[in-house]
Design a protein around this ligand. Structure first.
Ligand code: UDP
Length: 452
């Protein structure tokens, strides 16, 4: 304890400046990191956009400063824009206001020890570096994903990406655990744009970052972490699972969670319910949505399904259920437009999670020992899904084509099939490893920051 206290005194007046990307899956881990740094005696300023601004009242001990971006172009804020276009536009829109906000802190005499910016915000990373502020990036995805991003420009030069149809099942050179089809991809966005974005992220880290902070833990991704450190010749701190280690309150959600589903779960036997959610951004077309519904019905299991606005075809309303499906819901299901996910995953009645494999959802499921049915939609979800099914052995694929018969079969296999018990055993083991993750890497990070 005294060591913490001493560390606190040593660093109390030094300030860390954080800059999250303004999306659900990015704001939460950044604020969890903020709480951990503050608890160890550092002063923390969170620079943020006005768009999707974090709720400062939930974190009274942190200082929040808006960067005053002029209003974002439609590419950033509108539903249905592809994520690459969105991230490129966001980087362009944030660079100058971020630089000005940081410069203004420096002019005000703040002793800024370093900046930690979201790993996708290459423009902010560059800006901090140019102002002479040591900067690190926070990766809110897995070490495996980040490693694949570092490899991407090489794979492109070698002609491996864009991946040709006939090579989709080949292992990726240097990333043996992934097949070509598992590489980051974004349907509807051209490969040039995606490669360009990834190259900017990778180049900026190489040129301007003093280190990398990753929301993962050593025992889950040891070899991927070692590889990143070798490749960048600078430290990578595996500070996760951040939601377990930090005392931060669950972040405010984009939508108000429907807590009634917890009482509904209370009425169910242990490990009997399938929780279904594709996160905050992914969407499916109407056909796949209908097949998901009837696949659930056919499987005969009880289900809690998050059907949020925008889930189908990017239409901003809550999609109507398929004709006749309400009857199935009355019998064995519950539909909500947003769930208190972490509590749902921790609930004894929850048996498994049908997920899009966003990294936060994946980690949350791992931390509760809940096996997964994976339906990756885009970006890093492909990588995460592959690790869930083939590296950690805690999940099954629902299959590329969403069709009711296959869905029902996959659900049944996951819930009650021959391998279900083994998979649950592995999920439990991973949960134990996750809960044994300590905040020592945070300690090392702080010492590293003070050495910069
Ligand atoms: N989430 C939630 N309720 C829901 C669906 C999602 O609280 O009904 C939370 C979930 O716990 C996770 C985040 O939203 O922390 C989603 O992040 P993730 O990285 O999994 O996916 P993204 O939304 O970024 O695609």
């Amino acid at each position: 304890k005294s060591r913490w206290a001493m560390a606190g005194q040593e660093h109390r007046c030094r300030r860390i400046v954080l800059f999250p990307l303004p999306f659900q899956g990015h704001i939460s881990p950044m604020l969890q990191l903020a709480e951990l740094l503050h608890a160890r005696g550092l002063a923390v300023t969170v620079l943020h956009t006005g768009f999707n601004a974090p709720d400062a009242t939930r974190h009274p001990e942190l200082t929040f400063v808006p960067i005053h971006e002029s209003s974002f172009p439609d590419e950033v804020t509108s539903l249905g824009t592809d994520i690459v276009t969105q991230l490129l536009a966001l980087n362009a829109a944030c660079e100058a206001p971020f630089r000005e906000a940081l410069a203004s802190l420096l002019r005000g005499g703040q002793d800024v020890a370093c900046a930690v910016v979201d790993g996708q915000c290459y423009s902010a990373l560059r800006a901090a570096h140019r102002l002479g502020v040591p900067a690190l990036v926070l990766r809110t995805d897995s070490a495996a994903t980040f490693s694949s991003m570092l490899a991407y420009p090489r794979l492109r030069d070698a002609g491996f990406v864009p991946v040709k149809e006939e090579r989709l099942d080949e292992p990726v050179p240097d990333l043996e655990r992934l097949r070509a089809r598992d590489l980051i991809r974004v349907d509807g966005s051209d490969t040039d744009a995606l490669c360009g974005f990834i190259a900017r992220v990778a180049d900026a880290v190489r040129a301007s970052a003093s280190g990398v902070v990753i929301n993962t833990f050593e025992r889950m991704e040891a070899s991927e972490l070692a590889k990143i450190q070798r490749e960048l010749s600078r430290p990578a701190f595996a500070v996760g699972p951040l939601h377990l280690l930090s005392q931060a309150p669950a972040e405010q959600s984009l939508h108000a969670p429907d807590r009634g589903c917890l009482a509904w779960l209370d009425d169910h036997p242990p490990r009997s319910v399938l929780y279904v959610s594709l996160g905050s951004v992914a969407c499916v077309d109407r056909g796949a949505f209908v097949e998901m519904a009837w696949g659930l019905a056919r499987s005969g299991v009880s289900f809690l399904w998050v059907v949020r606005p925008g889930l189908v075809g990017g239409v901003p309303e809550v999609p109507p259920l398929p004709d006749g499906f309400s009857e199935e819901v009355r019998n064995r299901g519950k539909i909500v437009s947003w769930a208190p996910q972490r509590e749902v995953l921790a609930h004894a009645a929850t048996a498994a999670f049908w997920t899009h494999c966003g990294w936060n959802s994946t980690l949350e499921s791992v931390c509760e020992g809940v096996p997964m049915l994976v339906q990756p939609c885009f970006a890093d979800q492909m990588v995460n899904a592959r690790y869930v099914t083939h590296e950690w052995g805690v999940g099954l694929e629902v299959g590329e084509e969403i069709e009711r018969g296959r869905v029902a079969m996959a659900v049944t296999k996951l819930m009650t099939g021959e391998d279900a018990a083994q998979m649950r055993g592995r999920a439990y083991h991973l949960k134990i490893l996750a809960s044994a993750a300590t905040s020592l890497p945070i300690d090392s990070l702080i010492h590293y920051i003070s050495s910069l």
